[in-house]
Write a protein that binds this ligand. Structure first.
Ligand code: AMP
Ligand code: MG
Length: 400
């Protein structure tokens, strides 16, 4: 049986980024940027007043105090959006509003609160440093600088940043088409009555949620019973998939038909069975240039394997800079004991303990316990061969 790293390496060797498409910046939240974005101008583009007050030459008011205010004559008013007409000569000031460009010759802004109106101009009651209350040109972004790199998953601030460069459209990855099928003769679609001996579908719904979170174009194709014809019909309906994800029926039971049918339909197997728990029976293959993942039916196994395998595949297709779920380290809040036979992914909850990040394992780790995924923030990644881990030891975590 291959290791997780071998399985992931095999999967990666088949995966390629999907093409990019040009879309409106306003629609790009959660998409993956596929170009480097540079600013053709400095941001801000000019020395900009950060206050309502008076644009001055700092040297003119160097000796100013409440007891000995300095009188400056006022040349003009500069509201935001307008450029001043006059150059400040010594002894002069311009009334200026927040966001307005500093007039030529000025090098600082005195706040209104530090001034007093006078018949012949304005009295400045406080000395200020050169550059005070001014947001300098290029102080945020230098002209020509790269503001975002290709492969970035776009968040709210990124949209604002791109818009600030003057762009209204940008190139993002097309959404990978993920098609999902739940398999099992016991599985019933929610919304219908539950006959004896049957259970409602959990996997189709958790997987749809994960795929949406990953930025995919998702369609849930419903439930197929453990019969050849039913499975083939669902697989045929997924003809447009970049990634077809099936759950259930990939073990070695009498009714586990998924792998056999996929191979019969000409799927090239990448791997079947990985030394991990949960998720050992996972199948991965390719039909033409489309990926097929057969994930184990237990609701936890199914979500964990989607996160590890489909997550990696989708990140590559999207052209993300960082491939695979985010990882980190945390202090174990309670001791762990397990059979040292496979690499484990245990469900854990994060909390702060003595100012450090601690992870507490969920009390029930069976792969049928979906409440463990509901409660979990992370998976605790325990290497193959480890039988116990002491409370207080550092462990690897995978963020969900
Ligand atoms: P299988 O991988 O088909 O052997 O299924 C393993 C276990 O997961 C069985 O107990 C199934 O009833 C359960 N299971 C399979 N598919 C689903 C599903 N879509 N939702 C909830 N449980 C499932
Ligand atoms: Mg089954």
């Amino acid at each position: 049986m291959i290791t997780l790293d071998e399985a992931l390496a095999a999967l990666k060797s088949y995966a390629r980024p999907l093409p990019a498409e040009e879309i409106a910046v306003l629609k790009s939240y959660g998409r993956v940027l596929r170009e480097d974005v540079r600013s053709p101008h400095a941001i801000p583009p000019f020395d900009k007043s950060a206050m309502d007050g008076y644009a001055v030459r700092a040297a003119d008011v160097a000796g100013a105090s409440a007891a000995r205010p300095v009188l400056l004559t006022i040349l003009e008013d500069i509201p935001a959006g307008r450029v001043g007409r006059f150059r400040l000569r010594p002894g002069a000031a311009a009334r200026i509003m927040t966001g307005a460009p500093l007039p030529e010759g000025a090098d600082a802004v005195v706040m209104v609160e530090d001034t007093e109106a006078a018949p012949a101009g304005v009295l400045v009651k406080k000395a200020i440093a050169t550059g005070a209350n001014v947001a300098p040109a290029g102080g945020d972004v230098a002209r020509g600088a790269r503001v975002l790199a290709a492969g970035t998953l776009l968040k709210a601030a990124d949209l604002g940043m791109i818009a600030s460069t003057g762009r209204s459209t940008l190139a993002v990855a097309t959404r990978p088409r993920v098609r999902i099928v739940s398999t099992g003769s016991e599985i019933v679609r929610p919304g219908r009555a539950l006959p004896p001996g049957r259970i409602y579908d959990a996997n189709g719904y958790s997987l749809a949620g994960l795929a949406i979170r990953w930025g995919a174009d998702v369609r849930f194709l419903g439930v197929a019973s453990d019969r050849k014809g039913a499975l083939e019909r669902k697989i045929a309906r997924a003809a447009d998939a970049d990634v077809l994800v099936l759950s259930g029926g990939v073990s070695v039971g009498d009714y586990d038909l998924v792998q056999g049918i996929l191979l019969e339909l000409g799927t090239e197997q990448i791997f079947h069975k990985v030394r991990i728990k949960p998720g050992m029976p996972t199948f991965a293959g390719m039909r033409g240039r489309r990926f097929v993942l057969g994930l184990p039916g237990h609701p936890v196994s199914c979500m964990v394997t989607f996160t590890l395998f489909a997550g990696t595949l989708l990140d590559i297709m999207l052209g993300k800079r960082e491939i695979g779920p985010r990882r980190g380290r945390a202090t174990l809040a309670a001791p762990l004991r397990m059979r040292p036979n496979r690499r484990k992914f245990l469900r854990g909850m994060l909390r702060e303990q003595d100012g450090r990040l601690a992870v507490e394992p969920f009390h029930a780790q069976e792969s049928s316990i979906l409440t463990s995924m509901v409660a979990a923030d992370v998976l605790i990644d325990v290497p193959d061969g480890v039988a116990e881990a002491a409370a207080g030891s550092l462990v690897d975590i995978v963020y969900l």
